[in-house]
Design a protein around this ligand. Structure first.
Ligand SMILES: [Zn+2]
Length: 113
């Protein structure tokens, strides 16, 4: 399952961060999921709840922030409305995705002894 491999990578990132800080527990994990990342937040949450058992994330709730897609002009950098054409109203340039395809580990709340 796609979401399961995402969760596995997230938990590995959390474990790395916890080890680097000498943390004994993780209290909360925050992630940002872009609207175009191809991730179903509910499936991600379900996968996380299954995967976190007996990991350092076992008692850490997952906060998911859904990031809407945002487009900018490839030529002038101006914002572009997410319409069917995705061209710049100011200069006619082509659109570039500026946000919305990311999967980011935003924040980990750690317990450091
Ligand atoms: Zn433009």
């Amino acid at each position: 399952v796609h979401e399961y491999s995402i969760v596995q990578a997230l938990v590995e990132q959390v474990e790395t961060a916890a080890a680097a800080r000498g943390a004994s527990a993780v209290h909360r994990v925050r992630v940002s999921i872009g609207a175009l990342a191809g991730i179903d937040p509910e499936l991600l949450r379900t996968a996380y709840d299954l995967f976190r058992v007996r990991t350092i994330c076992e008692r850490a709730p997952l906060d998911i922030t859904e990031v809407p897609a945002r487009w900018v002009c490839r030529l002038c950098g101006g914002p572009i409305a997410a319409t069917a054409t995705l061209t710049c109203a100011a200069c006619g340039g082509p659109g570039r995705l500026a946000a919305g395809d990311e999967i980011l580990l935003d924040q980990v709340e750690l317990e450091v002894a």
